[in-house]
Design a protein around this ligand. Structure first.
Ligand SMILES: CC(C)(COP(=O)(O)OP(=O)(O)OC[C@H]1O[C@@H](n2cnc3c(N)ncnc32)[C@H](O)[C@@H]1OP(=O)(O)O)[C@@H](O)C(=O)NCCC(=O)NCCS
Length: 213
């Protein structure tokens, strides 16, 4: 039986809840530089592929659309909470053209430049928190890519001095929920959304008093 989940608002192609809040105040001096295209790290996975992890680039839009088309319908539902047949060009361009003040996004690419995983955080300075999302090509799952990406996102969030990294996970997504628990995340229910579980990493900083917009 499918759990009923209220779809997210789809006004933003990023589908981030935190993206619906008022425009954040930003310390532009710290984060204005666009991320470099060079690989941050290369690594070999169990099936023999050598992959590279790097920041997402505007030029990745077409590759991101192809990567999206390789996800299974179930993966798309687990990632976006509703069914989507394809990633539109507009959405791909929005997802690949990031504002470094509010977004950190990575892709893992193979030797042909095809995107095999994508992960990102959207930072909300109002709450001193960041929301994460991650997806891995179904042919490349269970080989440590998701863990590598999540550990990097946790570290990035910590380095930005934020209070918390969080994400909403469908209740039936046991792979992700169990994985997050092993990574150190806590869980909390989301009022009125019984089909979702919020997982969150407390990163040490004391939450600041919310600022008014
Ligand atoms: C969840 C997801 C990102 C995991 O990516 P991955 O590359 O397979 O992750 P890893 O190989 O690093 O595995 C992470 C952990 O999950 C476990 N795992 C992975 N696939 C599993 C499976 N099919 N069954 C059970 N456990 C599994 C691994 O054993 C690993 O455990 P660890 O804690 O010992 O490291 C991937 O399955 C995915 O893209 N799912 C669809 C999108 C989604 O659910 N996103 C989360 C909401 S934003």
């Amino acid at each position: 039986m499918r759990t009923s989940v209220r779809p997210r608002r789809t006004t933003s192609s990023t589908n981030y809840r935190s993206a619906t809040r008022p425009p954040p105040r930003r310390d532009r001096a710290v984060v204005d530089a666009p991320p470099a295209a060079e690989p941050i790290e290369s690594f070999r996975i169990a099936d023999g592929h050598t992959l590279s992890l790097r920041p997402i680039q505007p030029e990745d839009a077409d590759a991101l659309r192809r990567a999206f088309s390789r996800l299974t319908p179930e993966q798309v539902r687990l990632r976006l909470f509703h069914r989507v047949n394809e990633l539109s060009r507009e959405a791909a361009e929005q997802l690949t053209t990031i504002d470094p003040a509010t977004t950190i996004a990575y892709v893992v690419v193979d030797a042909d430049g095809e995107i095999r995983a994508e992960a990102r955080i959207h930072i909300d300075p109002v709450t001193d928190s960041a929301e994460f999302a991650v997806a891995v090509d179904p042919s490349f799952t269970n080989q440590g890519i998701g863990r590598r990406l999540m550990e990097r996102l946790v570290e990035d969030t910590r380095r930005r001095g934020l209070y918390e990294l969080w994400g909403d996970v469908m209740a039936e997504n046991h792979t992700m929920l169990d994985f997050m628990k092993r990574l150190g995340a806590e869980r909390r229910a989301i009022p009125d959304e019984p089909g979702l579980t919020r997982v969150h990493f407390r990163l040490g900083k004391t939450r600041s008093t919310p600022r008014t917009a």
